[in-house]
Design a protein around this ligand. Structure first.
Ligand code: GLN
Length: 245
């Protein structure tokens, strides 16, 4: 009688090959927004990255961060490509229709960046002028809805400021912190006071109360311990230095 030799391939081994889902908590951001997110060489660094990393730690999951243009940040959590969207994202009624927001972690707003040779005197002065903004942002909404005109769209606050310096736009509107970073060391540029009042929060796909609770708890803890303030100081200093290089 012939011996029947059975070759058993372990199902467990097969399952281990080419695994797609790795349980990582994925953050999507837009890394041209210092000090909240910026590139340190190849690595994405900044306040938002640390907040999201702390959420992953709370959930005991590995952490990954990826950068895309700002226009694609919120769509990435809606489609499930990423779990957390954090990119200095302002909470707005419009965005609330599509995503859920955590509790806010910063109070902030947008400002006008102008040339000292052409001082900013007030909102009316902006009408009919070429205004540079980062595409998809609340600065863009301000130009569309408050000034009732089309802005000049760029991919980053820094690109808009380059357009201001070269005379392609008359003013730039951007969030205060990246704006401060952009004018650092630029003697001919200055910033206005706030022209809006905004708050940043983490955005996630709708209908995930447990994830939202974990983010809210993390933010509450980071505020209470002083860690958030420490990151704000640390990453402002680091991104200012990078600007100087
Ligand atoms: N806070 C602004 C917004 O949410 C800009 C954010 C950004 O450019 N990363 O639209």
């Amino acid at each position: 009688m012939k011996k029947l030799i059975l070759v058993v391939v372990g199902a467990a081994m097969l399952a281990g090959c080419g695994q797609k889902d790795d349980n990582s908590l994925k953050m999507i951001t837009e890394a041209t927004f210092p000090p909240y997110e910026f590139l340190r060489g190849q690595e994405i660094a900044g306040i938002d990255v640390e907040i999201c990393r702390a959420v992953a730690q709370k959930l005991n999951r590995p952490f990954k961060a990826e950068t895309v243009d700002f226009d694609f940040v919120i769509p990435a959590v809606i489609s499930g490509k990423a779990h957390l969207a954090a990119a200095g994202i302002t909470v707005t009624e419009d965005r609330k229709k599509n995503v859920d927001f955590s509790i806010p972690y910063v109070k902030t707003g947008i400002v006008v960046i102008y040339k000292k040779s052409n001082p900013f005197t007030g909102k009316d002065q902006l009408k009919g002028k070429k205004i540079g903004v980062q595409s998809g942002t609340t600065s863009e909404t301000f130009v569309l809805e408050q000034l009732l005109q089309e802005p000049e769209r760029t991919k980053s606050p820094a690109e808009a400021v380059a357009a201001l310096k070269s005379g392609r736009v008359d003013f730039v509107i951007a969030d205060i912190d990246p704006a401060k970073n952009c004018v650092k060391g630029e003697a001919e540029l200055a910033l206005s006071d706030f022209i809006t009042s905004e708050e940043y929060a983490v955005a996630i796909r709708k209908g995930q109360p447990e994830l939202l609770k974990a983010i809210d708890e993390t933010i509450t803890e980071l505020k209470a311990s002083g860690q958030l303030d420490q990151w704000i100081r640390q990453f402002t200093e680091e991104s200012d230095k990078l600007k100087g290089e």
